[in-house]
Design a binder for this molecule. Structure first.
Ligand code: GTP
Ligand code: SPV
Ligand code: MN
Length: 576
């Protein structure tokens, strides 16, 4: 047994005073026992076994349904290292404050020790962690989302290095809820929330906030990106990584079902939320998915929007905060059949408002995905041909455009903006800057992060091309102008062809935009005017956009790379 791990576990037990300590092995028997316990306590409700075998519903506390960015801290010795993109607290003060809440917080409960590996156990790109928690819901979710248990513990014992995560649900009072990161100590402390991104510490806390810090030091990237393979009818496959903010379409794009009018095209999912990339020996940027499952947005998922996702969650799935039908089937907005009897809080559904919480989620093993890539567990990852940045923009951003070069692409990512969604507590539908979809997840100063992105250009000549996409343009009646979902493949086809130098484009002040005839639109229901609007660049609106980006860069003061500043001025100059 690893001595430092053991003494840390003992130290935490002395602080939190649990009734007992359980080291998780990840076995089936352990999982069944935890589920049975939660069925007894009411933490889980068994769903209809005839329609949804081995599926469960968890209802979280009504004040605990999403990430809490205003209660999420990055605690670095030097305040500037956390940057204006994070809320900072002095590490000593942060430890004092949060340890007071951990004091005796596990009394009467079991303390679970979860060794886990982010990434395939055998991959050199993978990194391990240990989460200590008093929540059995966290244990069963971590078992789906990570490689959890004995195999991970072996790797930890061999390597000696791991990220520490301490979690307690505390009393669930938002006044005593904090998610704290100590990147210099590889330490995470989270108290007062049982919700996914706040409590499953392997995910956003480790694989993004801590990992992004490690990645900068070690020369790689930890990103909020999907990874997918797109295979043409000729059999050529390109791997694409895409950064869209929370609840902006990563899972759906990664599991895309090709439209009937595009026979022969195939999509393969490598990952749907997090992507770790390193420059491989071949000079290519290679990506792994550090996760083993999906913690996906439920509302909107149906046979038409995403049959793969819909089919995947009919068995062996944990649902959080969905509604229930009279015969105990899960129900959510966008479901095409059934009627909700109980809302997400378990109250009789009144017919007013949403029955399922807009941020209700499914947790499911990636192995249940019908299009799980055969290379998803490859130790060396997959080579990335293109990087997509995208947001939810009802106006301004065209359907797709390509950056001129790497530096311009980094500016496109840095300047990204998107409307806020239900994935985090706060106002919805407000446009905010969300660089590389990492605003809530970058564990250090964005200025340094952009510099890190720029620096990759000096390390290889084989970097991917960079594109920006927007599926969310709206007309004056608020209707989405682009059909989205499976039809997004038409944009991916253009992107794949651009990577091969085979597709046309028109140069605009913001980059290369396809003309209508450059896209394969056979079989899509779209009128000419709508298409022209989707592919147009409104120079006036973009002047305002580049001004807004310039002001945004100002917030990062002297940490803004001069090269990024120059690039922003170049684009402003092109817009006139
Ligand atoms: P996180 O798990 O929060 O990081 O989100 P995500 O980026 O994986 O988002 P997801 O794919 O779950 O999509 C969120 C919402 O956007 C769902 O309600 C989808 O139905 C909707 N959505 C996804 N793709 C499209 C699209 O192409 N067009 C439209 N109109 N909606 C979409
Ligand atoms: C997100 O909010 O981007 C998610 C869900 O993927 S959570 O794991 O809660 O962060
Ligand atoms: Mn996410």
């Amino acid at each position: 047994m690893n001595a430092s791990l053991n003494s840390w576990v003992e130290e935490i037990a002395r602080l939190t005073k649990p009734d007992s300590v359980h080291w998780c092995t990840g076995s089936d028997a352990e999982n069944s026992r935890l589920i049975d316990e939660m069925l007894t306590t009411g933490d889980l409700i068994k769903l209809n076994p005839k329609t949804h075998p081995n599926c469960y519903l968890h209802r979280s506390h009504p004040s605990d349904v999403a990430r809490v960015e205003h209660l999420t801290f990055v605690c670095t010795r030097n305040r500037e290292d956390a940057g204006p993109n994070n809320i900072w607290m002095d590490p000593a003060e942060a430890h004092r404050k949060i340890d007071a809440l951990f004091e005796g917080s596990m009394r009467g409960r079991t303390m679970y020790v979860i060794p886990y590996c982010m990434g395939p156990i055998e991959s050199p790109y993978s990194r391990c962690g240990v989460e200590i928690t008093d929540s059995p819901y966290v244990v069963v979710n971590m078992r789906i989302m990570t490689r959890m248990g004995d195999a991970a513990l072996k790797r930890i014992e061999r390597e000696g290095k791991f990220v520490k995560g301490l979690h307690s649900i505390g009393d669930l009072d938002p006044e005593r809820r904090f998610i704290m990161h100590f990147p210099e100590e590889l330490f995470i402390k989270s108290v007062g929330s049982g919700y996914g991104g706040n409590a499953l510490l392997g995910k956003k806390c480790h694989a993004l906030r801590i990992a992004s810090w490690q990645a900068r030091d070690e020369g790689w990237l930890a990103e909020h990106m999907l990874i997918m393979g797109i295979q043409s009818p000729e059999g050529q496959t390109h791997y694409i990584a895409g950064a869209f903010p929370s609840a902006c379409g990563k899972t759906n794009l990664a599991m895309l079902v090709p439209p009937e009018s595009m026979p022969g095209w195939k999509i393969w999912t490598v990952g749907d939320d997090i992507c770790w990339m390193q420059i491989g020996k071949d000079g290519q940027l290679r990506a792994i998915n550090p996760e083993a499952g999906y913690f996906g947005v439920v509302p909107g998922t149906n046979r038409k929007t995403n049959k793969n996702a819909y089919d995947m969650i009919q068995r062996d799935t944990i649902f959080t905060n969905v509604a229930l039908t009279a015969d105990n089937q899960p129900w959510w907005e966008g479901m095409e059949s059934g009627t909700p009897a109980l809302d997400w809080q378990g109250k009789p559904y009144s017919g007013k408002g949403a029955a399922a919480h807009p941020n209700s989620r499914f947790t499911v093993s990636a192995k249940q995905n019908p299009i799980y890539s055969s290379l998803a567990e490859a130790p060396d990852g997959v080579p990335i041909s293109a990087i997509l940045f995208g947001g939810r923009r009802r106006e301004v951003a065209p359907l797709v455009y390509e950056a001129r070069n790497w530096t311009h692409g980094v500016l496109v990512g840095a300047g990204m903006a998107s409307e806020t969604t239900a994935a985090a507590v706060g106002q919805m539908g407000v446009v905010r800057r969300d660089s590389m979809a990492m605003k809530p997840f970058c564990g250090y100063n964005f200025g340094d992060y952009w510099q890190h992105w720029l620096s990759l250009e000096g390390k290889t000549s084989k970097l991917p091309r960079i594109f920006h996409v927007n599926w969310f343009r709206q007309d004056k009646n608020g209707k989405f102008m682009w059909p989205g979902f499976g039809e997004n493949l038409r944009v991916l086809q253009w992107i794949a062809n651009r990577c091969e130098g085979k597709a046309g484009a028109t140069e605009s002040p913001i980059g290369f935009v396809p003309a209508p005839e450059d896209l394969n639109l056979a079989g899509v229901d779209l009128d000419k005017d709508t298409l022209n609007t989707l592919l147009s660049v409104d120079v006036g609106a973009w002047r305002q956009e580049i001004d807004a980006i310039s002001k945004y860069l100002d917030e990062f003061k002297d940490r803004v790379p001069a090269k990024l500043r120059d690039e922003q001025r170049t684009v402003a100059g092109r817009l006139g």
